[in-house]
Each structure stands twice: as C-alpha cells, then as structure tokens.
Write a protein that binds this ligand. Structure first.
Ligand SMILES: C[S@@+](CC[C@H](N)C(=O)[O-])C[C@H]1O[C@@H](n2cnc3c(N)ncnc32)[C@H](O)[C@@H]1O
Length: 361
C-alpha cells in the first residue's frame, strides 16, 4: 500500500514465509508475461533430496514429498538451495508467485489437519494417517491453483507508480535501519492471543526450510508470540510499565494450572520483546516521525490484558507521544475461537486499537 501511495518503503518480518507472500502480492502482469506454466514441468527429472528428514514428512508420505519437491525444483529452476533466508532472498517476484501457489496446494491437502483454530495445525498420529496423494493429482491441483492466480493477476491493471517495497527478513528487536532514518513506522505486532506464527505457517516453513525441523524450531522460538518458553525465567524490571507489571502479577497469582510457571514465563518473554521492539522503533524514527501501531486487547482466563494501554506506557517512556487512539470492536477475535475461554467469562468481545504516536515534539 505504501508503494501504491508513492512512498519508498521497507517491510520487515522475521518469518521468511511472509517475505514470499508480500513479494508475490506486488506481482504485476509483466511478471508473468510469456510464461506458459506448463513449461515448468518440462525440466528434466530431478533427483530429490532425502525425504526421511524432510519436514514435509510430518504430514505427507515419502512419494508425496517427492512430488511436492519436484514442483519446487521446477520453480527454483536449478537455483541451488542455500540457507533458507539466502534462498528466499534470491527469489524474484515471479518465483514468489509460483511458491504461493505451492503454499496453497499444501493447504488444500492439509485441510483435514486444520482444527477450529485456523492458526493451529494437527499432526497425524501414525504413519498410516499421513497423506498419500497421486503425483498426477498434486500436479493438476498445483496447475489449477496457479491458473486461478494468473487469471486474477491478468485482469488487474495494477501498476506500481513507484518502486516496489523492499522486503527484509529481520527482527523488530534489531531493526536493520540506521538511527533517525525513518519517517513513519506502521506495525501490527503479534497480540497476546497465543497465536504462534511459527505454527500458523508450519506447512510453508516445512516447504522452505533448508535446515529441517531444527531450523523451523529456531524460527518459531524467535517469533514474538511463540508458545514456546525459555528454560530460565527472564528478569523484568519496573521500567516495563505499571499496566504490564500488574497484568503479569495477576497471571502469576492466578489459581489455574501452570499460570505461575509456563504462562507467566510465556507472557514475560512476549512483553520483553515488545518493549525492545518499541525501543528499536524509537531509535530508527526521525525526530517528529510517526509510529502507528495496531493492537488488540485479550483475556488470559478472566484477566484482561490491556495491550493498547501497555503499548502506550512503553511508547511514552521512549518519548513517543500518543496523538490519537481509535478503538474498533472486533467480534472475530481468537478468544471467541477458544470455547474453553467461556468457562472464565461471558463477554469475549474485545476491541482493536489504532494508536498513533509522534516522536518528540
Ligand atoms: C499480526 S501479524 C502482522 C502481519 C503483517 N504485518 C500484516 O499486517 O498483515 C504479526 C507478524 O509479526 C511477525 N513477527 C513476529 N515476531 C517478529 C519479530 N520479532 N520481528 C519481526 N516480525 C515478527 C510474524 O511473523 C507475523 O507475520
């Protein structure tokens, strides 16, 4: 949207999957001109890597992994896969588009493993429950999905008036930009709703990762909102802000199981990362630059987590002054997906806030 509006922009996300999706969204009809998608499959038969340690093996049989990897090799057209981030960084827009069709193909077959919470994915209990799909069917599904994507793209006369956004696989805890170099930061960080973005994109990460399951675990642990916790509890100081401290205190004191152990550690880790990210945003912003943050409150059992209030505390101590605060009711929040939550409260309606700050002034 920044490019369409004529601004030079950088998009940062720690998950390599998001770079492919964002880059594919910038595709124009020019990117697919002259490409007959069936040509993709004319490349010579390739030998596919060992499927035993392949993370796609969580859900798919060995022969099915082979079919999926053949399509991927055709997309990559002999570009050797290096580290995951290097491989993703080397993809042009067209290849990103071809990858998104393969993401959708995986999701099409993985539907039986997606529970009512769409950000989670189940694993088959035994090897015999793994998906075995005929190679011909996978290829046809892929080509059908790709055709739909291409047809949608052809009908759009979307042109990017300015240079497309640059996408970086990077962390908000260590933003790869110079001090006081950015005019405007817009972000929607993971909320306190226990959406684990590593799990939410597990099939895509399994496809992309060159380092197997152990690398996927590392990516997952590094993302804010992860449901994993560090072994040692992290230290939190009063500087994190009163609202945050009070929420953490209520979690720790909650009588329910694992509140003072797992959940307290999990929320502490989340807020430490959020606080560090806001400090980084402040560092890269120019004087009088703007910071806009979309956040949503949530519940832990019956304890309300006022995430907008916590962000305001964290921003203001960094000299980021709140200019406007708008609230929107969001009925489709994750609290409503988790039916167990109703044991603790009747009203699960929470609001989504758009907070606008200005640095200094
Ligand atoms: C609520 S989503 C927002 C996604 C996207 N920006 C949008 O608005 O559609 C939160 C995103 O934060 C990313 N993320 C989590 N921890 C991060 C971190 N430390 N640095 C950068 N991105 C992170 C996740 O991968 C996820 O894509």
């Amino acid at each position: 949207m920044a490019s369409i509006a004529g601004y030079s922009s950088i998009g940062i996300d720690l998950n390599p999957v998001m770079k492919i999706i964002a880059k594919a969204k910038q595709a124009t009809p020019n990117d697919i001109e002259g490409l007959d998608i069936r040509d993709l499959f004319l490349s010579p038969r390739i030998s596919v890597q060992d499927t035993i340690s392949d993370p796609l093996g969580i859900w798919f049989s060995r022969t099915t992994i082979n079919s999926i990897r053949r399509i991927e090799t055709a997309i990559l057209a002999n570009t050797k896969k290096k580290s995951t981030n290097q491989a993703v960084n080397s993809l042009n827009t067209k290849k990103c588009l071809l990858y998104t069709a393969l993401f959708k193909t995986l999701r099409y077959y993985l539907k039986p493993f997606i529970p009512s919470n769409p950000t989670w994915i189940k694993k088959p209990k035994t090897d015999s429950d793994k998906l075995e799909i005929r190679p011909k069917d996978i290829k046809e599904t892929y080509l059908k999905i790709l055709d739909e994507i291409y047809n949608g793209l052809k009908t759009k006369s979307k042109k990017w008036p300015y240079k497309p956004s640059q996408f970086i696989i990077g962390s908000s805890l260590d933003i790869p930009s110079k001090n006081s170099s950015i005019d405007f930061v817009l972000t929607s960080p993971p909320y306190c709703t226990r959406i684990d973005y590593g799990v939410a994109t597990l099939p895509e990460l399994a496809l992309l990762s060159t380092g197997g399951i152990s690398e996927i675990q590392l990516i997952r642990r590094s993302l804010m909102g992860t449901t994993t916790v560090p072994k040692k509890p992290q230290c939190i100081t009063n500087a994190i802000g009163e609202k945050c401290l009070s929420f953490l205190h209520m979690v720790k004191a909650h009588p329910s199981k694992a509140s003072k152990s797992y959940y307290y550690k999990n929320f502490t880790q989340y807020f430490i990362s959020l606080d560090k990210s806001i400090q980084e945003i402040n560092r890269v912003l120019k004087y009088m630059g703007k910071f806009v943050c979309v956040v949503q409150g949530s519940f832990y059992k019956d304890v309300y987590c006022d995430l907008p209030g916590i962000v305001i505390d964290m921003a203001e101590k960094n000299n980021l002054r709140l200019v406007t605060h708008s609230e929107f009711e969001n009925k489709q929040n994750m609290a409503n997906v988790n039916l167990k939550g109703k044991t603790y409260r009747k009203n699960t309606s929470v609001s989504e806030a758009v907070l606008c700050f200005r640095k200094g002034g």
